[in-house]
Design a protein around this ligand. Structure first.
Ligand code: CP
Length: 317
């Protein structure tokens, strides 16, 4: 593996290696001194063209815990506002000695372009590209779910037979896309549920079933329900009549949440629209993994960085 652009190309073995390496990283994070020397002398640039809290902070924490030199680049306040292209920015990063790049970009395909065009010779990690993919989010989701379902016997396992319902704005969700591919590779069964306007036409080629009735999907007692954020910033049209209507039909309301078995895992990638796709009763419950997902993000990103970047200085990666 040279880059991490998409989960669609990850094999089951590669996915389990990433999750198991994240377990190793997590074990080091309980120590008093959390820092490892693995990426000493490696310069990682975090190239963020789009806003982020969780992904940006946890990549930075992961890089610093691996002893990398970290450069944070935000498009706001940079020469991007003067019209500088991705190519010229990448070549500038190459000139300052970047050994690896983590990129978030509003355009689908930006990470792939950076990996393929040869503007910079470095591992590229996709931290979210438009509506396309967010592979490290899916990996931390799978890591969190595997731990919840298998506890301390999680290592070496996939998610065979686990049933996961992904609910809401699938159309605009890179989290949903990356999860569908990764959960499928790990052996889980995925059902996508949402308004017809927010379920993309391409889903018939995805390893998932689809439906419009959330109550029917929850009545089948899935192991986990993953609520997606309504991505208002990506919507160019009215995809549902009113937010109240959406919450009533497809939100994890308090009433719906209370009807779930006590061991159903409730997931959300964040940031949450409380009261729209998820109620506070659900988000703040013991069943919810929202903050666990954030914490696990550091270990998962350490694993991805370690596997992709640990040989860059010797040219072995
Ligand atoms: N889940 C996620 O990508 O959150 P941020 O946009 O805050 O990074």
């Amino acid at each position: 593996m040279r880059h991490l652009i998409s989960t669609a190309t990850l094999t089951r073995e590669e996915a389990i290696l990433l999750l198991d390496t994240a377990e190793d990283m997590a074990a080091t994070q309980d120590r008093e001194v959390k820092k490892l020397p693995a990426l000493r002398g490696v310069t990682v640039v975090n190239l963020f063209y789009e806003d982020s809290t969780r992904t940006r902070i946890s990549f930075e924490a992961a890089e610093k815990r691996l002893s990398a030199d970290v450069i944070n680049f935000a498009a706001k306040g940079s020469s991007v506002s003067k019209g500088e292209s991705l190519k010229d920015t990448a070549q500038t990063l190459h000139a300052v000695g970047a050994d690896a790049v983590v990129i978030r970009h509003p355009a689908s395909g930006a990470a792939q372009m950076l990996a393929e065009r040869g503007w910079i010779n470095a591992p590229i990690i996709n931290a979210g590209d438009g509506c396309h993919e967010h592979p490290t989010q899916a990996l931390l989701d799978a890591f969190t779910l595997r731990r919840r379902l298998h506890g301390n016997k999680a290592r070496g396992r996939g998610l065979d037979g686990a049933r996961v319902v992904i609910v809401g704005d699938v159309l605009h969700s890179r989290v949903a896309r990356s999860n569908v591919w990764l959960l499928g590779a790990l052996g889980a069964e995925v059902e996508l549920v949402g308004p017809p306007t927010l379920l993309p036409g391409e889903f018939d080629r995805w390893p998932a079933t689809t439906g419009y009735d959330l109550d029917a999907a929850l009545a089948r007692k899935p192991d986990a329900v993953m609520m997606l954020r309504i991505q208002a910033e990506r919507m160019r049209a009215a995809f549902f009549p009113h937010t109240r209507e959406y919450a009533r039909m497809w939100g994890l309301t308090e009433q719906r949440f209370r009807s779930l078995p006590e061991d159903t895992v409730v997931m959300h990638p964040g940031p949450m629209n409380r009261g729209l796709e998820i109620s506070s009763a659900a988000a703040d419950s013991k069943q919810a993994t929202v903050l666990e997902q954030v914490a696990n993000g550091v270990s998962v990103r350490m694993a991805a960085l370690y596997l992709l970047c640990s040989g860059v200085k010797e040219g072995t990666n």
